[in-house]
Write a protein that binds this ligand. Structure first.
Ligand code: SF4
Length: 334
């Protein structure tokens, strides 16, 4: 019944009706207020709780360890300092060349059009990123276009965020129009978690714009646990795939959420059922406030060895780490 209502509700009203108060989230899941240990409310002030109700509907009521809940509920451990966990673990502030442009890799760069997300993931490596100083305005397009022309090796733009699918269809379309005018750009990749937390963002208008683009469109969704893929989400993604749009998934390996072979195998099979190929499994970026999600490398390696033995190769995501200054993601070696 709850999911039926979300199917009917327009994505923008869902985005305007997020749960932002920890107490409301706890009550919606019929959990005791004691789940909010000292410090959780303070952690929420530092990085605000944001979660769509459609995502909350995928959580198990009365389960304080629900793997979806753990990803969004502020935790007092976020306030603890740890020398290895810092505010900009990937050195992104130094890699920003122009407003919105993060050019780290040779043939492609990230274009950040918004700092807004539909959901705040507590492990997010950009949770401290100063978006307000880095978003491109319309008049910045000429400089961005010149940057592309002066790098003929660039053939791909990655819309990232924040989450680009929180933008209106009109604004998104405007930026796609601009990118399409540059002949050397062949591929547009969109990194987004919105299809998982508000699946009906993938509406007809957006999909038709993507389908009719001259660019090869790749939608890289971000799904960490099989419970995030209910029937409606899977059916929606499958429709996107059937329109000829490439769908990939990147997940983050998170302690207490998906650090088991059983969970990761189920995730790969459910993604495949929805027309999505598992692309990356990232080890956690060491961002301040996320240390309680860290899976030690040795455990990640054992887990990955088991995963290789459980799944056909095409369903095994690449286990990688991002290292500041490196020209590509670094595969975790054994
Ligand atoms: S949706 Fe992506 S960018 Fe936004 S908080 Fe989650 S991980 Fe970070």
């Amino acid at each position: 019944m709850i999911n039926y209502l979300f199917k009917e509700q327009n994505w923008q009203s869902q985005l305007n009706d997020l749960i932002t108060e920890p107490l409301e989230l706890i009550q919606a899941l019929d959990l005791s207020e004691e789940q909010l240990l000292n410090g959780a409310l303070l952690a929420s002030q530092e990085f605000k709780l944001r979660v769509p109700r459609a995502f909350v509907a995928k959580m198990q009521p009365r389960d304080p360890l629900d793997p979806l809940l753990l990803q969004v509920l502020p935790h007092h451990l976020e306030l603890e300092d740890h020398p290895e966990f810092i505010t900009d673990p990937l050195g992104e502030e130094a890699a920003t060349q122009l407003p919105g442009v993060l050019h780290k890799y040779r043939s492609r760069f990230l274009l950040t059009l918004t700092g807004a997300c539909a959901v705040h993931c507590r492990y997010c490596f950009r949770r401290h990123f100063p978006y307000q100083d880095n978003l491109p305005k319309d008049h910045d397009w000429q400089s961005i276009a010149s940057h592309i022309h002066s790098h003929p090796e660039i053939n791909e733009i990655i819309l990232s965020g924040g989450d680009p699918l929180t933008l209106s269809d009109r604004k998104l379309s405007l930026w796609i129009d601009r990118i399409e005018t540059i002949g050397q750009i062949k591929i547009l990749r969109i990194h987004t978690r919105v299809p998982i937390v508000i699946p009906n963002r993938l509406n007809e208008h957006l999909l038709s714009r993507l389908k009719n683009s001259r660019l090869h469109i790749i939608l890289v969704i971000h799904c960490n646990h099989p419970n995030e893929l209910d029937d409606f989400t899977q059916a929606t993604l499958l429709e996107v795939k059937q329109m000829g749009i490439t769908l990939l998934n990147q997940a983050v390996l998170l302690k207490g959420v998906n650090d088991s072979v059983d969970v990761l195998s189920k995730l790969s099979y459910k993604l495949f059922d929805a027309g999505v190929l598992p692309y990356y499994l990232h080890v956690l970026d060491k961002v301040k406030g996320a240390q309680h999600f860290d899976v030690p490398d040795i455990d990640a390696q054992h887990l990955y060895t088991d995963l290789l033995a459980h799944l056909p190769g095409y369903l095994v995501p690449k286990l990688v780490r991002e290292i500041a200054g490196e020209p590509n993601k670094t595969p975790i070696s054994f």
